[in-house]
Design a protein around this ligand. Structure first.
Ligand code: GLP
Length: 268
């Protein structure tokens, strides 16, 4: 795991955007894994700014989102499709036919939908770079605690904590779905690079468990300790419960020196 601590959420967003930009520049047909939630909003704003300045074209990008609510219409303002359109897709030159979410409406079989999403990812050549946030309970995507560490795209029942955390995004008369389709933990682990962003004090415990706790289904994000290329981008508040902050900062300095001398290393 590469752990990089930034002063604030804006710096985290800029760092993540630089990773996405490098991927898009270097790969002919890049495949991006995307996330929703409040954390990546600033990343998407940075990408839109880069795009408008002529520094980032999404024409060859295929994208796969981590999750989508069960039984929600794509046009519903609460769907993750609507979120992606509002925050990224409608503001860049991505071909929206090449943007995928693990949808499952009321008439569809979630098991078949999950399998077909996995197939689509494989057909696209696999995910090069997966963007992730983290839930306060350590979830990634909607893989709640106790999710199988070898799970694939499927339907999940959300925990009360996640429902409460996300209720701020729903108005009183909107129905908050209690189930969602999500990429599995093994699906996420298959990505060539994983970029997890976490900001704010309310993520400090989950960040600590992910980085220094045991690898456990109780903290699904802890599986990233087993990923060859996991990069954790966090602000000071999210890092505040980590004991080894000075080591991570020192290691980051050394990595920057190596990058200056030998080039920024990644192998998408
Ligand atoms: C949501 C999403 C996750 C996201 C997490 C944190 O429920 N399914 O992909 O990372 O919760 O969200 P936020 O960034 O708003 O804190």
């Amino acid at each position: 795991m590469q752990i990089i601590i930034y002063d604030d959420s804006q710096e985290v967003a800029i760092a993540a955007a630089t990773w996405v930009q490098s991927l898009i520049k270097e790969k002919e047909n890049p495949v991006l894994g995307l996330a929703t939630g409040s954390t990546p909003i600033r990343l998407y704003q940075e990408l839109v700014t880069m795009h408008k300045a002529g520094n980032c074209s999404f024409t060859n990008v295929t994208s796969f989102n981590l999750d989508e609510y069960h039984s929600i219409n794509e046009s519903d303002p609460q769907s993750y499709r609507s979120f992606m359109k509002a925050n990224l897709f409608d503001h860049v030159d991505i071909n929206q036919d090449n943007t995928f979410l693990p949808t499952c409406n009321q008439d569809q079989n979630p098991r078949e939908q999950g399998l077909s999403y996995e197939k689509k990812i494989k057909q696209a050549g696999g995910i090069d770079l997966q963007i992730l946030g983290i839930g306060a309970n350590g979830h990634i995507g909607f893989n709640e605690p106790t999710s199988s560490l070898t799970s694939r795209t499927r339907i999940k029942t959300l925990t009360q904590q996640t429902l409460t955390d996300n209720s701020r995004l729903f108005s009183e008369n909107e129905l908050q779905p209690a189930m969602a389709m999500t990429m599995g933990i093994a699906t996420i682990m298959d990505a060539r690079y994983v970029l997890l962003m976490a900001t704010g004090k309310n993520k400090a415990q989950a960040v600590k468990d992910m980085i220094t706790g045991a690898v456990s289904a109780n903290c699904p994000a802890s599986i990233l300790q087993m990923h060859e290329n996991a990069v954790i981008l966090i602000d000071k508040e999210a890092a505040s419960m980590l004991n080894d902050q000075s080591y991570y900062q020192w290691a980051d300095k050394q990595n920057r020196k190596l990058n200056d001398e030998f080039g920024f290393y990644h192998n998408f």
